[in-house]
Ligand binder design. Structure first.
Ligand code: SF4
Length: 426
């Protein structure tokens, strides 16, 4: 048993007896990790990766240590308004990834099962619910959630809102993508600002909202600029590093931090050389704990993740000059909203932009939206010339997937891509 395994099992069992003590233990571990990231950063990652690791760690520490200043959110809630309100947002995915990374997720999965939640529910939600139900997760100032993309949200958030009496705000995003939908969502975001003022007891100036949205526009411009360079530049990365980018473009959107991250990423990409290896377009979330996937991608000089659709969508350009309409535009036009065509279109655009040799769609356990769309995405991309693999797995509970099977399928796919590439060259 590794030290992390022992630590995780201590936190998990303590959470069932004395959740406050378990939280303090977890925080002590996270503070140590924060110091390690500062004093002995991962030298194999470029500066943007090291920066993202520190920022995300700090965000989780703040959320757990100062719940009176934190908001529990679903990942697609506009971070810009939370930035303007000065609250620390934390999402189901972010928190559960940290729990799983600390190896204490099994206690929380069991707790959720005891409460009667189905095993077929997304494991990010089950770990999150378990952590909240044991009391390890402290009661936040408020919660904000949306129906966008994730059916799990509509179970987790209302349940916790009612059980713990957490003040909540819900954003309804229509399925249709049109101007009427944008206006409808923008109206709700104006109400969300008033809700946040009520929660914090502080006024949020329109200038602060505008500044946060302009930060998001700057971050999106930097991100799109680096994407355009990916055909000829391959910075070193890991699955965890790519996952942090998802938190940067959603939870931390609108912050100076997100702008700084994208500027650093752009600089890193400019400096990175081109590799002759394989280039992969990643779709959906990253199974950052699954050993055979880590072995293939982490720090690889031969196989590169050139783009991820989740991140590219999160750093999408916002056009409206009104800040509420700009945020609403990002939500309504999100690839996870509405018909699957837009997900396919974005994947094709990213393939063309980055010159990807193949695509991997991660079908995370319990994610009905992605699993349901996976066959159509694969067929459409292959028709357009991009070999695509559906990788079934569990991003938050690696014990739920067979490493052997994942390894065999992944290796076979990579060999096929390599063969295609050699044939094209000859
Ligand atoms: S993986 Fe799917 S179901 Fe799970 S939190 Fe993400 S969008 Fe929701």
């Amino acid at each position: 048993m590794s030290i992390i395994d022992k630590f995780g099992s201590m936190v998990g069992s303590e959470a069932l007896q004395d959740p406050k003590k378990a939280r303090n233990l977890l925080l002590a571990g996270y503070h140590l990790q924060e110091a390690r990231l500062l004093l002995a950063p991962d030298k194999e990652l470029p500066p943007s990766g090291r920066y993202a690791a520190r920022v995300v760690m700090k965000n989780i520490i703040q959320a757990l240590a100062k719940p009176e200043n934190a908001a529990m959110v679903s990942i697609f809630v506009p971070g810009e308004l939370l930035t303007a309100a000065g609250l620390t947002p934390y999402s189901v995915e972010a928190l559960s990834c940290f729990m799983a990374g600390t190896k204490c997720e099994q206690s929380f999965l069991r707790k959720t099962e005891e409460e009667g939640f189905p095993e077929t529910m997304c494991s990010y939600h089950r770990v999150f619910l378990g952590a909240a139900l044991t009391g390890l997760l402290p009661k936040p100032k408020c919660m904000i959630y949306t129906n966008l993309a994730c059916d799990g949200n509509m179970m987790t958030f209302p349940y916790l809102r009612e059980t713990y009496g957490i003040p909540g705000f819900y954003i309804d995003v229509p399925y249709e993508k049109n101007q009427e939908a944008i206006q409808y969502v923008a109206g709700q975001l104006r109400e969300m600002k008033r809700f946040l003022e009520e929660m914090t007891g502080k006024m949020i100036s329109e200038e602060a909202v505008q500044a946060a949205v302009s930060n998001s526009k700057k971050a999106a411009a930097n991100y799109q600029q680096q994407l355009a360079l990916r055909k000829t530049h391959d910075p070193s990365t890991t699955l965890t590093n790519e996952l942090y980018a998802i938190f940067m473009c959603h939870l931390l959107s609108g912050s100076e931090t997100a702008v700084k991250y994208t500027q650093m990423l752009l600089d890193d990409v400019k400096k990175a050389p081109r590799s002759e290896g394989l280039h992969v377009l990643w779709m959906h979330i990253m199974p950052f704990l699954q050993e055979p996937v880590k072995e293939v991608f982490n720090y690889s000089k031969d196989i590169h993740i050139s783009a991820c659709d989740f991140v590219a969508d999160g750093f999408r350009e916002m056009h409206a000059s009104d800040p509420y309409e700009a945020m609403a535009e990002k939500m309504v036009n999100c690839i996870y909203n509405g018909a699957v065509d837009q997900r396919i279109q974005l994947a094709e655009d990213l393939e063309n932009l980055t010159g990807a040799d193949g695509g991997i769609l991660f079908a995370h356990w319990g994610c009905k939206g992605t699993i349901g769309a996976s066959s159509l995405i694969k067929t459409s991309l292959e028709k357009a010339g991009l070999p695509t693999m559906i990788l079934d797995g569990d991003g938050c509970n690696p014990a739920n997937t067979s490493d052997g099977q994942v390894s065999t399928r992944l290796q076979a796919f990579m060999e096929m891509l390599q063969k295609n590439k050699e044939e094209q060259r000859s």
